[in-house]
Design a protein around this ligand. Sequence first.
Ligand code: SF4
Length: 340
Amino acid sequence: MASLDRHARPLGSLRVSVTDRCNLRCSYCLPEGSQVWLPKTEIATLEELASLVRAMTLVGTSRVRITGGEPLLRRNLPTLVGELAGIPAIQDLSMTSNAVLLPDLARPLRSAGLGRLTISIDTLQASRYALNTRRDSHAELLAGILAAEEAGFTPLKLNTVVLRGMNDDELAAILRFAKERGHQARFIEYMDVGGALDWDPKLVVPQAEILQRLESDYGPIEALASGDRAPANLFALPDGTVFGIIASVTAPFCGACDRARLTADGKLFTCLYAADGLDLLTPLRAGAALEEVAALVDNRWRNRDDQGAQDRLAVPTRGPSAQARELRAKPHLGMHTKGG
Ligand code: SF4
């Protein structure tokens, strides 16, 4: 029986950050100089992460998404995937990646039992990609998408964080790119969380405007009932192509949020905006049984009251939710540490 929080939300899905490290420096997540990495000595082993996930299934978690930083940087990741795929309670095992390392890892991850892949692609332009990520690996991203397709990860979900003045002129092109390959595009409103040090409401392209712009290219768009607790609102083009919009800024979905986050150093966070987490690794290393760890999770979840994005809506003069010095002082404030 899934634990319910104070808003009767179950603990249904878990994002597991297997590393806070990343091979890109996206401007809205890891601006140069802002990142402080978690000490390597405090990072959980893959076995410990698997044990903590197993404990989470005892309180109702059935969907697990592997994230980072960039998860493919974690050595022996297919081993962890195999371990998690072997847990009967886990009905859905997915991963979010920037795809740069996928050409070598797509097949091993598939064979290990990974079910679904979401790939971050903010632009189709190599020069713009280099500007935004400070890395020249757009070709690897495209090769990674191809490798994922060849390994059988179809359809993919293609996530695009939309920033006004950076890539908002590519909405139709990115949707076409996804459509032509049989994948689902998902546009994400630029969130004021973690490393988004330059966040400004003027840089956000709201869901309503994204729809309006796409309608001018594709014709009338139909809203679809999503029916589950997934964050994306779903829409269909006149030809039936389905795409999603994650409107965390203008239409937060905290009311249905069943997501917990486990960081690479074994801390449980009950919201993307949460400043403090519950340390599960220390009790595990001290010999606690999985049921005892599960009881700690259950207690934290039952007391969960988080509605971070909803609360941010009420902030009168909204700006970045953290400053660079706060990020350096508290690395867990970073999106790259909490698994996005
Ligand atoms: S802001 Fe927090 S409560 Fe709201 S949807 Fe995100 S993780 Fe869930």
